[in-house]
Design a binder for this molecule. Structure first.
Ligand code: TYM
Length: 333
């Protein structure tokens, strides 16, 4: 990564909590790939964030390497781009601690994800879960990121990061770049196949609700065919047709066709042939990725080398921003 660059910088992370879904893919990862050519991109695995739900240690370690292999399989490490693992760059935690002091309790309390996760993990509402958004703000601000490609569910966290940056800059002068979210028009909120009013999630206990990026073709076809729709038997995008709208979004993301073209293509046909087409398009989209992923995962030494180089390159940028912020607030460094 050159020290001074004219190109805008992009940053985004994904948690290694389990195999990413097509929600993560269409909402975020695919946009990461689209931006990888035109920007200096820093992408990574948010393993520190995953600790908030206390994962099984061996699973966390394994999944971190697996997600790294997925990011490589998506060709996210081209040009000057950096791929790294969050915990390998210690400054994220240092800066997050500083930012905690510029974030109000009330602001953190308002985070929808905190409210949702507190109710789904009622036995473990820990401080990590509560301060999750300030660590996320540190992830972004530490790299002076201009754009952050995310799904709609992370928009509120991004807004908080912007507020923290503006507050800090207001007090101490220009320290952080104020980041902009990049949220795609279609696919920013892929819904569960079984409960289409809820977002598709890696942690959904119902395996039929989500398609993972590693599901084999037969399973993808089965899951799409059993997706909940409605009794109208008409492929059109409309309020109250959450299941069909969701399948249309998946089809649109996989084929590049817009909703009007999709309605026309399936006019007068029932959901059977529509679902078949959605499943086939999805299989076609994911197959090359799955092949490449398997090849990369088998090469552990290469994955370790990528993580090591990523940590060094990311660490150099992170160190500069952290030192600046620490000096500004009066720490003797
Ligand atoms: P995570 O790991 O839950 O999800 C990774 C990305 O996938 C998007 N996403 C979705 N998009 C569309 N439809 C869905 N059903 C869907 N589910 C997930 C998420 O919006 C996200 O962009 N806190 C973040 C990780 C993170 C981060 C960051 C992101 C940590 N630090 C700094 C950006 C910048 C998270 O839990 O994402």
């Amino acid at each position: 990564m050159p020290e001074e660059t004219q190109r805008k910088r992009v940053l985004s992370l994904i948690q290694p909590t389990s195999v990413p879904t097509i929600g993560n893919y269409f909402g975020a990862l695919r946009n990461w790939a689209d931006m990888a050519e035109d920007y200096d991109c820093i992408y990574g695995v948010a393993d520190l964030h995953a600790l908030t739900v206390r994962p099984e240690p061996a699973a966390l370690r394994r999944q971190t390497a697996e997600v790294m292999a997925m990011l490589l399989a998506l060709r996210l490490r081209q040009g000057n781009n950096i791929l790294f693992v969050q915990s390998h760059v210690a400054q994220h935690c240092q800066l997050a601690w500083v930012l905690n002091n510029y974030t109000q309790f009330g602001e953190a309390m308002r985070m929808t994800q905190f409210k949702e996760k507190s109710s789904s993990h009622a036995d473990n509402i820990n401080l990590g879960l509560f301060s999750y958004p300030t660590l996320m703000a540190a992830d972004i601000l530490i790299y002076q990121a201009n754009y952050v490609p995310i799904g709609a569910d992370q928009k509120q966290h991004l807004e908080l990061a912007r507020n923290i940056a503006e507050r800090f800059n207001g007090l101490y002068g220009q320290v952080f770049t104020v980041p902009e979210p990049y949220i795609g028009k279609v696919g920013s909120r892929i819904m569960s196949l079984q409960e289409p009013a809820m977002k598709m999630s890696k942690s959904d206990p119902n395996p039929k609700g989500s398609v993972s990026l590693l599901d084999p073709p037969e399973q993808i076809i089965k899951k799409i065919k059993s997706a909940v729709t409605d009794s109208e038997a008409c492929v059109r995008y409309a309020d109250g047709k959450d299941g069909v709208n969701n399948l249309m979004a998946i089809y649109s993301c996989s084929t590049g066709k817009d909703f009007a073209a999709i309605e026309q293509e399936f006019a007068g046909q029932g959901y059977g042939s529509f679902k078949q087409a959605v499943a086939e398009a999805l299989v076609e989209e994911l197959c090359p990725f799955q092949e490449e992923y398997k090849r990369l995962l088998a090469d552990k030494a290469y994955l370790e080398q990528v993580a090591h180089e990523g940590a060094e390159a990311a660490g150099r940028i992170a160190q500069r921003t952290t030192a600046k912020a620490m000096k500004k607030v009066g720490l003797w460094i």
